[in-house]
Design a protein around this ligand. Structure first.
Ligand SMILES: Cc1cc2nc3c(=O)[nH]c(=O)nc-3n(C[C@H](O)[C@H](O)[C@H](O)COP(=O)(O)OP(=O)(O)OC[C@H]3O[C@@H](n4cnc5c(N)ncnc54)[C@H](O)[C@@H]3O)c2cc1C
Length: 214
């Protein structure tokens, strides 16, 4: 576990469950939902930071606690996100929650991707299904620092071509594709987040179908 990403008064307390609220729930697929979360304490929200690949422990009162990758971009300061596949007791309880419901979060925990070491290199990300959750945070981070890296290639799969690939913005027939994001991605139009634009750009220009596994 690292405390590198946390600073300030509460820098050494990622083990403490912090009360938090779900502010939005996005249904990605029939069994995957993305939860937007904010800490109750504005000071905790202010100092909270994490690195791509780090995780959090989410507690649902009366159900238990489980581990999930933080799937949002570290640069996003207004909230943070978890993409959760329904599997058992805790994840089913989470899937019942809606905006305004309360949970507790222990974060950040775990190791991060060594993105500093990758600077100047071409990067290939390979993932699939709910395994895209930590890669989503990583991809958005790389796009936030687009000039630091060479070509970024995302190869990903989903169970069915109709299924969304959680949180990537790549859906429908693109769910079984690879996307290549060249350094020459044009600047985002005014008012659009650079990461959203890059994903849209890749969707239009850079998809190559790959063979799904049987
Ligand atoms: C580092 C890490 C990161 C992770 N990141 C994510 C993430 O970003 N998103 C995500 O969705 N998941 C993630 N996971 C997985 C997630 O932690 C688990 O899916 C979650 O803990 C399941 O908890 P649960 O209480 O819902 O399931 P449980 O109730 O513990 O059940 C888990 C599985 O075991 C089966 N099971 C339960 N009891 C029995 C039994 N008695 N006999 C047989 N089978 C049984 C259930 O049907 C289910 O398939 C991550 C895990 C780790 C370790």
């Amino acid at each position: 576990m690292t405390t590198l990403a946390r600073s300030g008064k509460k820098a050494t307390e990622p083990l403490r469950p912090e009360p938090a609220a779900i502010i939005d729930v996005i249904t990605e697929t029939p069994d995957i939902k993305t939860f937007r979360v904010v800490f109750d304490d504005p000071e905790v929200m202010e100092i909270f930071s994490f690195l791509p690949g780090q995780i959090g422990q989410l507690s649902v009162l009366g159900a238990g606690e489980s581990t999930f990758a933080i799937s949002s971009a570290p640069s996003r300061r207004d909230c943070f996100e978890f993409s959760v596949m329904k599997a058992g007791v805790v994840t089913s309880a989470l899937h019942e929650l809606t905006a305004g419901d309360r949970i507790a979060v222990r974060a950040p925990m775990g190791c991060a991707f060594p993105t500093d070491e990758w600077k100047g290199r071409n990067i290939v990300l390979v993932g699939g299904g709910i395994g895209m959750a930590p890669l989503r945070s990583l991809l958005l981070h790389l796009l936030d620092h687009r000039g630091d890296y060479g070509d970024i290639t995302l190869v990903y799969g989903a169970r069915t071509p109709g299924a969304a690939t959680p949180g990537t913005g790549l859906t429908g027939k693109h769910a079984l594709t690879s996307a290549s994001l060249p350094p020459s991605t044009p600047p985002a139009p005014a008012g659009m987040a650079a990461s959203d634009w890059s994903l849209q750009f890749s969707r239009k220009k850079r998809h190559h179908r790959i063979t799904p596994s049987p």
